[in-house]
Design a protein around this ligand. Structure first.
Ligand SMILES: Cc1cc2nc3c(=O)[nH]c(=O)nc-3n(C[C@H](O)[C@H](O)[C@H](O)COP(=O)(O)OP(=O)(O)OC[C@H]3O[C@@H](n4cnc5c(N)ncnc54)[C@H](O)[C@@H]3O)c2cc1C
Length: 523
């Protein structure tokens, strides 16, 4: 485990008596609040909704329980590190299982390929089903491990906008090495160059969608995500994904963070390029520092006053959104596992269709059935399906029309591949469109992961974890550096709070030196 993951704060529990506001109570906001409170700050967390968790939430309907956001839990070490850095043991807050079978990839006529975490078993499966050379699969998985180990400490665990963190000789070597390992070709091309079979390349290219990007445009470096899944593993929290939210909420409670729910922050209060606090309705509340854990495009649009001239985010630079159907299904489908993928027939065309505003019929369908793992999530003889397709973010499309069309095409697809009429089995239904995501968590245009990563410069274009001009204003969360997804949000909370605490220590040191000097002068 890298030095930055563990012990960054716990080595030196500093009694910094600063008042800090954390705005936004999603994963990132809670993690930032915990780190700051443990370091001795007086932290108030403001959350606009009635509950914490942001995109990580759940919905209950009768005897069904559905997750509403994330379904795949990776890199649990980031959670462990957060709790350890705050003097706690994650196991006292939540536990999780490692999945043997990560994803089941379904093909026509009830055929499927199982992506096992056991690499030998997975490569054998690809040989049995696709005739892919197993040694190529194992070589690829070794390569992406190396890529992860090279890139993660620079691009995921540190700020690339903070000179003291990025510009060490070791990091420079890594940055210059990256072009030689795929950064200048697309993820799909990078993968294609490693395998004989198109379908294998497709399986390993899907990971681009995990941060709202297009595998045919995103750089090959993103292949490192495959190491996260097939090298480190995929996990499932006991108690469902919501257990992650509950563990973080319990942590901040134990650390004494003051949580103000149903409190929407309306503006950052800034004077002469210095943060003075926040504004809630007409009330100004003073803070020494502010951490924004909001969607950055939304924050830019609404929380800065006009005179600060924040350039607005263009929807063109934003990544994908999604449409999710939550279906209570009568019946049991043994051919489905926890995570299932039904690929579109023409994968590249699916991504081309994202630039159009018209509905598209041939989409890759993800079906997540948490009741496979957590039996209580559906009544006996039923399953709870979370059925998700990627769609462009909101650009004023006719979402009602797209909803209707998409529902119909998904049902056709699943009915044909699973061999029965799925619509007649739906006993409970809810849909979440990009407009829902925008409204529920104030995510600009419903772009779930903020900016896309469809260019080699994307990592550098993501918003930094500290405002470039406004002193005392910091950022974390899925739409700023280093990006979206639970573990990456936890990294961003670590990076921004480290920066904030270093700044507080520096100013404390400065003011001590000044007061010594002036008392020396006086004497
Ligand atoms: C459908 C879906 C599937 C996903 N799948 C996965 C997955 O399988 N694995 C994975 O790791 N990740 C997944 N993700 C991504 C992951 O959920 C997010 O990256 C992560 O939860 C973002 O957390 P966050 O804290 O940055 O932001 P958010 O969760 O968006 O939290 C922001 C919070 O700020 C609050 N807020 C907004 N404006 C204000 C204001 N003015 N004042 C006060 N509070 C405010 C909001 O109410 C919200 O609670 C998925 C996301 C979605 C939506």
């Amino acid at each position: 485990m890298s030095e930055h993951k563990r012990g960054a704060i716990s080595k030196e529990k500093i009694a910094i008596n600063a008042r800090v506001a954390v705005v936004g109570g999603g994963i990132a906001g809670m993690a930032a609040a915990a780190r700051l409170a443990y370091a001795g700050c007086r932290v108030v967390l403001f959350e606009a909704n009635a509950e914490l968790g942001g995109k990580l939430s759940e919905r209950r309907s009768g005897e069904f329980r559905f997750d509403c956001g994330p379904s795949l839990f990776t890199l649990p070490e980031t959670m462990e590190a957060l709790f350890a850095d705050c003097g706690k043991d994650l196991q006292n807050y939540m536990n999780y299982d490692r999945l043997d079978l990560i994803t089941r990839y379904h093909y026509a006529h009830n055929a499927w390929v199982d992506a096992w975490v056991d690499q030998e078993k997975f490569s054998q499966e690809l040989y049995d089903k696709f005739n892919e050379d197993p040694s190529k699969v194992l070589r690829y998985l070794k390569r992406v491990k190396w890529l992860y180990e090279l890139a993660a400490p620079v691009f995921l665990e540190r700020s690339i906008h903070r000179r003291s963190e990025l510009w060490t000789v070791a990091n420079l070597i890594k940055v210059f090495a990256l072009p030689f390992i795929g950064a200048f070709q697309s993820l799909y091309r990078f993968n294609k160059s490693h395998f004989d079979k198109e379908r294998t390349a497709q399986i390993f290219s899907r990971v681009a969608t995990y941060n709202g990007s297009n595998p045919y445009q995103a750089p090959g470096t993103l292949a490192l995500i495959n190491h996260v899944e097939y090298g480190i593993g995929a996990y499932y929290p006991k108690g469902g994904m919501i257990a992650i939210r509950d563990a973080l909420a319990a942590l901040i409670n134990d650390l004494g963070v003051e949580v103000r729910l149903n409190t929407k922050v309306d503006k950052f209060h800034v004077f002469h390029n210095r943060i003075l606090g926040i504004k809630v309705k007409d009330e100004k509340i003073a803070f020494d520092r502010v951490v924004s854990a909001l969607d950055i495009a939304y924050a830019k649009e609404y929380l800065f006053s006009r005179d600060l001239l924040e350039p607005k985010m263009r929807t063109k630079s934003l990544g994908m959104s999604a449409m999710v159907f939550q279906w209570g299904i009568k019946g049991n489908f043994p051919q489905l596992d926890l995570h299932n993928i039904f690929f579109s027939k023409k994968y590249r065309k699916e991504f081309d269709s994202m630039s159009r505003k018209q509905p598209y019929h041939d989409l890759t369908v993800y079906v997540y059935v948490s009741s496979k793992h957590r039996l209580d999530d559906a009544p006996a003889g039923h399953e709870n399906w979370f059925v998700m397709v990627n769609l462009p973010c909101d650009q004023k499309q006719d979402w009602e029309k797209i909803h209707e069309f998409t529902r119909k095409s998904i049902l056709q697809r699943l009915s044909s591949d699973l061999g029965c009429d799925i619509e007649s089995l739906i006993v409970d239904e809810n849909v979440m469109t990009p407009l829902h995501f925008e409204k529920a968590t104030r995510t600009y245009a419903g772009a779930l992961y903020g900016q896309h990563s469809n260019s080699i410069f994307s990592a550098f274009r993501r918003y930094p974890n500290k405002h470039p001009r406004i002193h005392g204003l910091y950022f974390c969360g899925g739409s700023v550096h280093p990006g979206g997804g639970i573990p990456i949000c936890l990294h961003s909370a670590n990076i921004s709070t480290r920066w904030l605490l270093d700044g507080l220590r520096e100013s404390r040191g400065r003011s001590r030196r000044n007061s010594k000097r002036s008392s020396g002068n006086g004497g």
